[in-house]
Every structure is written in structure tokens, then in C-alpha cells.
Design a protein around this ligand. Structure first.
Ligand SMILES: Cc1cc2nc3c(=O)[nH]c(=O)nc-3n(C[C@H](O)[C@H](O)[C@H](O)COP(=O)(O)OP(=O)(O)OC[C@H]3O[C@@H](n4cnc5c(N)ncnc54)[C@H](O)[C@@H]3O)c2cc1C
Length: 475
């Protein structure tokens, strides 16, 4: 029998790759994950009578192959998949705003002096930029040019610096143009004067499916199908190194929980773990410049404080963003509004997300200290009653979000120009491509790559096309 296809990572991307290969071929597949459970960032965990996700994890629906796969996994149990529309908002200056923040709505709700200041700044900034050509080379430049200083700061400048724990001037303008909606000034004036004007199109995915017992169930089911078709999933198993010869991966070295090392022959390698970590597996076999570029790709980590309240419900929305500078936390989720079956009767849980760097002063705080900070934020939210708090738990998620520093794409491009030359290796998924994508995108990539690898002769051309299709940091 030929050497197996090895997939590193049993998250959405890795599992869906394995699923597709096994469904369409008799090839041998081994999936390796260092975690004790499948699902990657989309996994769930149990706490008392509750099932909790690591931050909100609704599966966005677009009628594509990824959605079809998820639905087909539950065709014998359709009612376990709940469906809904995104119900999220922005909490700013003690008011709720539609998410993403619509400039016209904000101006209508702010006090008139602030609105006039924002509009005048916008006009002056537009005139200035029409006369003077300034290179737009950072998130901050991009935002100030489009919105004027005050609106830029209030609506997403401060928030971005809070989330990324870095100055917006150091963040790539590509991140801004991907995440933030522009606005049409004429439309805005029409809306303010109430003579028409359109609400800006909704840019984000609005509909979702969610398993009644948490996001992780999707991937548990997927993993059962993988093993049912003969695939092997090794959990609690880390990949330590890959052995390369003439642009071919010969084998990978893995270690179990007790640090026992095993060398496994490798027919084809699919990576879904963070790109810089993957590059590290080649040890010093890669040119210095590649290792240098990998060291320039970094992540921000996440702390989630889950607070239990002795009350049926606090709000009707799935989650909301804390935009004001005085909040330490970034986002609050009431998971019960995705599925009431995940939370014990008579209770609700709000999860507070805070980004930080692994090892920094937040990361090192005790659970009690983090809970205390979350309670301080609760006090500033007028519809939360601290007297109802009954318990809490804290989770830390290293390397949760890719950091889009200026020039990150140049470093990533360099790494991919090398990886593209390898004959039996591909890097995919959110982590593997250093993309800030969602679960459905990782599943779509997995299915696509699975289809390529199921073929008797996968062909390098198909892999190159795969990279060209997904390796876009901005569309
Ligand atoms: C707070 C938060 C909220 C989110 N909300 C949503 C949402 O609402 N909807 C949505 O669609 N997406 C959401 N996402 C994004 C979603 O989690 C990711 O898109 C998705 O999990 C990416 O899947 P993946 O398989 O590419 O990577 P991952 O899920 O990260 O899987 C990678 C796997 O590799 C394993 N691994 C890492 N290193 C090693 C190693 N050395 N050896 C072996 N295994 C290793 C990990 O344990 C993990 O299982 C959210 C993400 C975060 C952080």
C-alpha cells in the first residue's frame, strides 16, 4: 500500500479534506491533531450543564458545497440543525447600533453637535485628499481619509487598536478595506434630510446554521464519518518535524502525549496549522529569508470570560461589540440566542472576549482578576444586572486571530512562492493560508483540496489553481 496522505489539524479544514478524499477514493488518510478533541477553533466544551463555544461560532450559510456537506451530515437528524439570521449590534455611547456600524444611523443618533463636527471633518478631509496626494499605506490613513478623524476613531479606530493591541498606523490598509464598509456621502445626506438614500448593503454573511448542542457537534459528526470510512484520527498527537528531500516530503515525525516520537512515511502532506508554525517544522532546512518571513507573521490570542447569570435571558441578540474605549473587552456573546439547548434552564451565560498577546500582562492575570475586569465592563452596560451573576469560568485561546501588520502579505507571498514548489505538500484553511476566514471557507477549501487529492494523480496544476483561488488577502 502506498504511503498515507497526512493531514495536520482536525479542525474544519483538515476534517473536510479527509472526508472528501475518503468519500471519493480508497486512499489512506491519517489526521493528526495536538488537541484532545476534534473541531479546532470551532470545537465546544462542557461546563456544568452547559455546552460552550470558544467565542461565537455560527456556521454561515451561502448555499454552497460547504453548507451542503454540513446538512448532509445531519440528514437523519435534520432538526438538530437550528437556523437563524445574524442578530448582532454595536454598543457605542450607551446606544445600540446596527452592525456593521452604518454612518447614517450613527449620525442620526449622536448629538447634533457631534454629527455636525463629523460631517464638516468629512468634507474638509475629502477636499484635502483631492488636493494633496498622500499614500494610503496603513489602516489609520485609510480610515481617516474615508471618514474623517472623529468618526474614524469612534467607529472603528479605537476598537481596532483595542482588539489588535497595536497602533492602527502599523496595521495593513488591506485589513481595513476588507473589514470596513465605506459609505456614500450623497446617500448619507439624503438619509439625513429624509429624502431617500439607501441603507448600505449588508457586507457580512447574515444567515447561519448552528447545532443545537454547540458548534463542535458539526465536527464531531464529520470525524465520525471520517473514521467510519476508514480514516485514522490521532488526537493528543503533535507534529514535530517534516523530513524533506528534493522538494518531496518523505515523512513526518509526530509525538504523543508522553513525548514518544514516531516517524510516519508520508505520501502527501496537507497542512492546516498556523503557517509560521508549519514553516518551523522544516527546522533549518529552509533558507533563512523564509524563516525570517515566517517570524514576521504573528497572531493575537484570546481570553474568554464566561459569566453565568441566574436569569432566563439578558438580550435577544447573539452578540454585540463594545466599541467605546473605556471597555476592556471587545465583544459579548449570549450563546443561548444561538441555541437555548446549550445552556442550563433558568440561566444564561454571557461570554466576554478580550484579545491579548500570549504571555502579556492580561494573559498572566488569574481567572479571578479577569472576572473582576469583566464585571467592571458589565457595570458600564446598562441592561446587565450584576446581582444576577452566579458563577464564571475563563478560557485562554492562543493564536486566535491572524495579525495583518503592514507588509504581512509580502512575507506570506514569499513563503507561498516556496511552498508552491513542493511536490507533495499543500497548506490550506484559515491557519494554513494565514487568512482571517470563517468555518464555511475552511470547509470549502477542505472539500476542494480533498477532491484534488482523491484523484489518482493529483497534478501540480490543480494545486496551483487552488492557491490562486483562495490565496487572496483582499477581494
Ligand atoms: C473567537 C472566534 C470566533 C469565531 N466565530 C466564527 C463564527 O461565528 N463563524 C465562523 O464560521 N467562524 C468563526 N471563527 C473562525 C473559525 O474558528 C475558523 O475559521 C475555523 O476554525 C478555521 O478552521 P481551520 O481548520 O482552518 O483551523 P483551526 O480550526 O484552527 O484548526 C487547526 C487545527 O490544528 C491543530 N494544530 C495546531 N498546531 C498543531 C500541531 N503542532 N500539531 C498538531 N495539530 C495542531 C489545532 O489543534 C486545530 O485543531 C471564529 C474564530 C474565533 C477565534
Amino acid at each position: 500500500m502506498s504511503d498515507p496522505i497526512i493531514i495536520i489539524g482536525a479542525g474544519p479544514a483538515g476534517l473536510s479534506t479527509a472526508y472528501k478524499i475518503l468519500k471519493e477514493s480508497g486512499k489512506k488518510v491519517v489526521v493528526i491533531d495536538k488537541a484532545p478533541a476534534v473541531g479546532g477553533a470551532g470545537a465546544s466544551f462542557k461546563w456544568k450543564g452547559n455546552i460552550l463555544d470558544y467565542g461565537p461560532h455560527a456556521f454561515h450559510t451561502r448555499g454552497d458545497k460547504a453548507e451542503q456537506l454540513i446538512r448532509s451530515l445531519f440528514k437523519d437528524d435534520k432538526e438538530s440543525l437550528l437556523e437563524g439570521r445574524k442578530n448582532v449590534y454595536v454598543y457605542l455611547k450607551n446606544k445600540k447600533f446596527k452592525y456593521p456600524l452604518q454612518v447614517s444611523e450613527a449620525l442620526l443618533k449622536f448629538n447634533p453637535f457631534l454629527s455636525i463636527k463629523i460631517i464638516s471633518e468629512f468634507i474638509l478631509t475629502s477636499i484635502f485628499h483631492a488636493i494633496v496626494s498622500i499614500p494610503i499605506d496603513s489602516f489609520e490613513n485609510w480610515g481617516r481619509k474615508r471618514f474623517g478623524a472623529t468618526l474614524y476613531r469612534m467607529s472603528f479606530g479605537d476598537y481596532t487598536e483595542k482588539v489588535w493591541k497595536t497602533k492602527a498606523a502599523k496595521i495593513s490598509e488591506k485589513f481595513a478595506s476588507e473589514k470596513i464598509q465605506g459609505f456614500n456621502f450623497i446617500d448619507l445626506i439624503k438619509r439625513l434630510l429624509k429624502v431617500g438614500g439607501q441603507v448600505t448593503d449588508e457586507p457580512y454573511f447574515q444567515t447561519w446554521i448552528y447545532h443545537k448542542y454547540g458548534s463542535g457537534e458539526l465536527f464531531k459528526r464529520m470525524s465520525e464519518k471520517v473514521t467510519g470510512m476508514g480514516g485514522e484520527i490521532l488526537l493528543n498527537t503533535s507534529i514535530k518535524s517534516v523530513e524533506l528531500k528534493d522538494h518531496n516530503i518523505q515523512s513526518v515525525t509526530i509525538s504523543d502525549k508522553e513525548d514518544n516520537l514516531t516517524k510516519v512515511p508520508c505520501g502527501y502532506l496537507v497542512n492546516t496549522i498556523p503557517l509560521p508554525q508549519f514553516i518551523g517544522l522544516f527546522n533549518n532546512e529552509l533558507p533563512f529569508i523564509l524563516r525570517h518571513s515566517a517570524s514576521k507573521l504573528s497572531y493575537i490570542s484570546l481570553i474568554v470570560v464566561y459569566i453565568e447569570f441566574n436569569i432566563e435571558k439578558i438580550s435577544d441578540s447573539s452578540w454585540f461589540y463594545l466599541l467605546d474605549k473605556h471597555f476592556k473587552f471587545n465583544r459579548v456573546t449570549e450563546q443561548k440566542n444561538l441555541s437555548p439547548f446549550t445552556i442550563e434552564d433558568g440561566k444564561t451565560i454571557l461570554s466576554f472576549e478580550l484579545t491579548c498577546r500570549e504571555g502579556d500582562e492580561f494573559w498572566q492575570l488569574s481567572d479571578e482578576e479577569l472576572f473582576a475586569i469583566a464585571k467592571e465592563d458589565c457595570k458600564k452596560i446598562d441592561f446587565i444586572d450584576l446581582d444576577n451573576i452566579s458563577d464564571f469560568i475563563v478560557k485562554r485561546v492562543p493564536d486566535a486571530y491572524e495579525m495583518y501588520y503592514k507588509n504581512f502579505d509580502k512575507h506570506a507571498d514569499l513563503i507561498f512562492s516556496y511552498l508552491r514548489e513542493l511536490k507533495n505538500c499543500v497548506s490550506i484553511g484559515r491557519r494554513g493560508l494565514f487568512l482571517q476566514g470563517d468555518m464555511h471557507q475552511s470547509v470549502a477549501m477542505g472539500l476542494h483540496m480533498g477532491e484534488i487529492l482523491a484523484d489518482e494523480n493529483p497534478g501540480n496544476k490543480n494545486v496551483q489553481e487552488f492557491y490562486s483561488k483562495y490565496l487572496k488577502y483582499i477581494e
